[in-house]
Design a protein around this ligand. Structure first.
Ligand SMILES: *Cc1c(COP(=O)(O)O)cnc(C)c1O
Length: 378
């Protein structure tokens, strides 16, 4: 059985005529930079997310950097974030001369633990950057409350969670600024690089817009040092088509997650993703925890899956504070035990809108076989 981790080809095939038409239309009008599709997408995303301003940028990493620049992050500032994530969040801070400070995660959601944030605050702290990891919303209410009490900015890294909800609000629109990535495999992915900034604050929007366009509001009248970071018109045209299918895709992801939940229910060594009634998870990844008590541990199971041609991934094998890049540059104010444990236990399974129940049954059968075998051979 040819199971795929994500099925970009299959997804394209289901909407090919619409996509081809959208691309052709840009080829014909030739406004490749800041063409009308960019503005249309920004306004459609603003409606979808219920946020006042959306700004298309070149990618999700730039979105984080522009968000930090708009909040006035400067060399020597500290940014509190999680170490159990993709590098981009901390990298953007470090590029601006700020120090990423890593706070531990909640073991059930894999997201930054609000209880660990306060202990990490110093007079140099400028902002908190929660990541809605794997499509699961971080616990925003206490995070916003801590930020308010200490006068800090909040930037949501929403690269993996477009469309997820926390207490009725879409993630990315709760803090001061939210960041999206349209990397091809993200839930709303384009056919190259792309990203966006979300905000309800008109002043921050204006700053972000200038920063992303060489620090100029008016062409050739540059006011600040900025970047060249715009969303291409062709990518915007593709995203406009894909946005129309996003909620259907999310329903399919959720359905697939339920099937996995049932297949693994009650297994002694497997923990399935956590649900809370006040949040909707959009399953960018379906990530299991394989207990360290399990025979052969997570890596034994991963090797078995490789042997049987079943795709899987480990997001993320090395927490950021243990990467060479941050060995001296990053810092922490408290223990990161849950972060380290998660990096030893997580295993992500195939998850995409076209995944079938038969494929999921096959994956689960293989996992069960593995445990039956290692348990019986001791
Ligand atoms: C993908 C991702 C990014 C970066 O997005 P790019 O568009 O690849 O630059 C940032 N943060 C997280 C959590 C991501 O998953």
């Amino acid at each position: 059985m040819n199971v795929k981790m994500a099925d970009l080809r299959g997804q394209y095939e289901t909407i090919a005529p619409e996509i081809d038409k959208a691309i052709r239309s840009v080829l014909e009008h030739t406004a490749f930079i800041r063409g009308r599709e960019v503005e249309e997408l920004e306004s459609e995303l603003a409606d979808y997310l219920d946020v006042s301003h959306v700004l298309g940028v070149a990618n999700g990493t730039d979105a984080l950097q522009i968000a930090m620049m708009s909040l006035g992050v400067r060399p020597g500032d500290e940014i509190i974030t999680s170490a159990f994530t993709f590098i981009a969040t901390a990298e953007a801070a470090a590029l601006l001369g700020a120090t990423p400070v890593f706070a531990d995660i909640n073991p059930r959601t894999f997201n930054i633990d609000p209880e660990c944030i306060e202990a990490s605050i110093t007079p140099r702290t400028k902002a908190i950057v929660p990541i809605h990891l794997f499509g699961q919303p971080a616990d925003m209410a206490p995070i916003m409350e801590i930020a308010r009490r200490h006068g800090l900015g909040v930037i949501e890294d929403n690269a993996q969670a477009i469309g997820a909800k926390y207490r009725g609000k879409k993630t990315g629109c709760i803090g001061n600024i939210g960041c999206l990535s349209f990397f091809p495999t993200k839930n709303l992915g384009c056919y190259g690089d792309g990203g966006a900034i979300l905000t309800n604050d008109a002043v921050l929007y204006k700053k972000a817009r200038m920063t992303s366009n060489h620090g100029a509001e008016r062409k050739y009248y540059n006011e600040t040092v900025g970047m060249n970071s715009r969303l291409d018109t062709i990518q915007a045209a593709i995203l406009k088509v894909k946005l129309r299918h996003l909620d259907t895709d999310h329903a399919r992801r959720r359905q697939a997650a339920q099937v996995y939940d049932t297949l693994f229910d009650g297994h002694p060594f497997i923990t399935t993703p956590h649900h809370t009634p006040d949040r909707t998870h959009v399953y960018h990844q379906y990530t299991l925890r394989i207990s360290e008590e399990a025979p052969g541990k997570r890596d034994g199971l991963a090797a078995h899956l490789t042997e049987h041609g079943i795709p899987h991934a480990i997001y993320y094998p090395v927490p950021l504070h243990n990467l060479p890049v941050f060995a001296s540059g990053g810092c922490r104010k408290g223990p990161l035990d849950e972060t380290e444990k998660a990096s030893r236990e997580v295993l992500s399974l195939p998850m995409h809108p076209l995944l079938t129940e038969r494929e999921q049954q096959y994956i689960a059968d293989n996992i069960m076989q593995y445990f039956d075998r290692v348990v019986s051979t001791g």
